[in-house]
Design a binder for this molecule. Sequence first.
Ligand SMILES: [Zn+2]
Ligand SMILES: [Zn+2]
Length: 290
Amino acid sequence: MTFNLALTPDQVKNAVEAIKMNKPVYAEILDFYGRIFEAQEMSKGRIQIQPLQISPEMRTVKAREKFSLIEIKEFLFDDIEAGKLFFFICNLAKEANPQLAADAETILQAADNVIKPGELFSGLLNGEDTLYQKIAGELEIADTTLGFISYNSLKPSLSVCADQLSSYLNEEEPWLKGYCPICGSPPVLSILKDGGDRSLICSFCWHPWSVKRVFCPFCENRDGQTLHYFYNEDEKEFRVDLCDNCKKYLKALDSRETERTIYPPLEQISSLHLDYKAKERGYESGFQPR
Ligand SMILES: [Zn+2]
Ligand SMILES: [Zn+2]
């Protein structure tokens, strides 16, 4: 299956249903995430953001020095669309597991009073963890819930911004680094494509970029002796790449081994059992889960 990042909300919905049939153990969690993914893809089509401008001189310097095009704090977002998603996800979460449901209810009650979604979005982009801890402490909710809802509300804006910025990347100058050429974040997933080409997917803006096959993105290790992987006979499309140099792992999806439509955020969520297995073996995730 060739993978294409631009899927319609209906294609995303079908991809979610296909995995629910295939992996019934994920049915409940995908009922929740599937609706978030669909809403995010619908929102993406409505987003209005002025493209960020990068001067030719700046672009040349960044390409030469291998600096990402922007820093996370420079991402722009559509506050109306992000705000709508914020309330949509809170309402959806009220039907999720009891802890999440209780937190979502509290957040909804505090919205526009203690909580101002726009401040949460800017706070997330500016790495203001203390803002999240402060609000979560005041409301007696988990700061991770607040982070999860805020990040997922911003995600369509991040993708649109990354798509716009990708016009500044030169395909003839492959990036080949272990961090995202757009925003500098580590990868969430590795995807093998026809011909064995390997792409990494950014854990923050979900932009894909090409890298060498034998390469640890977290420490740039290229020594085949200390890079290995494990996989499961029942799901040959997945493997988990392990690096003995930095003890980090990255899940990899071989798109040639499956016929299904590939939507990276869905593949990430529906393979959490592989994260547990990698951790059991003593390896750590190379990115911060959101
Ligand atoms: Zn990125
Ligand atoms: Zn490594």
